[in-house]
Ligand binder design. Structure first.
Ligand code: FES
Length: 96
């Protein structure tokens, strides 16, 4: 079972393989914006993946296109609604 650590709070919760990071964060009781409800349209769930990037699902076209339109993305940026957890632990950094 992968563990998800959510920074800056440092909250660590067990999560389920195949669950999106957004679903796991919300299930942990941590608030984060998700204006389009997970359709890769708003970009409000942009996060940085600090550890475990390789265990996540691959970035698909819709996510790439949305990330291209966001200011401040980096090579470890993902949309939390699109990135699905794999079998290994992941640490993410939420933005304000
Ligand atoms: S919730 Fe809108 S892009 Fe993720």
């Amino acid at each position: 079972m992968p563990m998800l650590t959510i920074n800056p709070s440092g909250t660590t919760v067990p999560s389920t393989e195949g669950m999106s990071i957004l679903e796991a964060v919300l299930a942990a009781g941590v608030k984060m914006p998700h204006k389009c409800e997970g359709k890769a349209e708003c970009g409000s769930c942009h996060i940085f993946v600090v550890e475990g990037r390789k265990t996540l699902s691959k970035t698909q076209r819709a996510e790439n296109e949305r990330l291209d339109a966001i200011v401040g993305v980096s090579s470890n940026s993902r949309l939390a609604c699109q990135a699905k957890l794999g079998s290994e632990n992941v640490t993410v950094e939420l933005l304000d």
